[in-house]
Design a protein around this ligand. Structure first.
Ligand code: NAD
Length: 237
């Protein structure tokens, strides 16, 4: 913890790269922890249900799963989200790059957020383009349908879909320019997102995760534990 505090004190351009583990302390399950989605029983694995093919072929089943397990719109930011926003407000942290789709970084006050996989808070009619809220999606019975009759699609990147080129470029630029990269709450197995950390060329690579990750040996500092509990102990100078 002392080393983390010193690194943060010395850094002028911190970038945070995170995943589902950042939001578990807000009550949103991740995918790969023991109590995560992959260890719960469904007829098909989550990667299959959350794929573009499945969305097109079996929309009723897709939206049943989506509403039950993905669409959390009543959750609050936790200590990790809040500390990252505080670091940004203090001018120390320049960007958050997240694989999460829950919007909790912005809810905590973060401004420069690159959402690699989109957001459950944005939903568009596939026919007329009209915007619909997360509450609309939650309250819709069956397949969410616009007044015009079109199907409403969440602006989240499904398996088989490509990532937004502009967001990728912005994230790469932020990571490549950082003096410190803090990676937290991600298993680092989902590509191409996880590959972005290879653009880091700065001084301090910090990894905070509950479990061991494949990148632990590359890091200057590894802290194993809950990211909210860990970041809440940081003092912003
Ligand atoms: P993952 O489920 O593969 O890995 C989560 C990692 O976080 C695990 O290694 C786990 O040990 C760790 N973790 C869990 N709670 C933690 C905590 N409190 N503190 C520190 N570490 C903790 O998640 P991923 O790597 O982000 O990849 C999964 C994909 O699923 C992503 O693409 C993401 O878009 C999506 N997803 C998003 C959300 C969300 O928006 N909140 C939730 C689930 C999945």
């Amino acid at each position: 913890m002392k080393q983390l505090q010193e690194i943060i004190n010395q850094s002028k351009n911190i970038v945070f790269f995170g995943g589902a583990g950042v939001s578990t302390e807000s009550g949103i399950p991740d995918f790969r922890s023991v109590d995560g989605l992959y260890h719960q029983k469904y007829d098909e694995p989550p990667e299959t249900i959350l794929s573009h093919t499945y969305y097109v072929r079996k929309p009723e089943a897709f939206f049943r799963f989506y509403k039950d397990k993905i669409l959390f719109f009543d959750k609050k930011p936790n200590a990790a989200h809040l500390k990252l926003a505080e670091l940004e407000a203090a001018g120390k942290l320049k960007a958050v790059v997240t694989q999460n789709i829950d919007g909790l970084h912005q809810a905590a006050g973060s401004k420069n957020v690159f959402e690699l996989h989109g957001s459950i808070l944005r939903n568009y009619c596939e026919k007329c383009g009209k915007f619909h809220s997360a509450r609309f999606m939650y309250e819709a019975a069956g397949i969410p349908t616009c007044e015009c009759g079109g199907r409403v699609k969440p602006d989240v990147v499904l398996y088989e879909e490509g990532l937004d080129a502009g967001i990728m470029q912005g994230a790469i630029r932020a990571i490549a320019g950082a003096d410190t990269l803090i990676i937290g709450g991600t298993s680092l197995v989902v590509y191409p997102a996880a590959g972005l950390i290879d653009y880091f060329n700065g001084k301090n690579l910090v990894l905070i995760n509950k479990e061991v990750t494949a990148r632990d040996t590359h890091a200057d500092l590894v802290i194993q534990g809950k990211i909210g509990e860990i970041l809440s102990q940081i003092e912003v100078g």
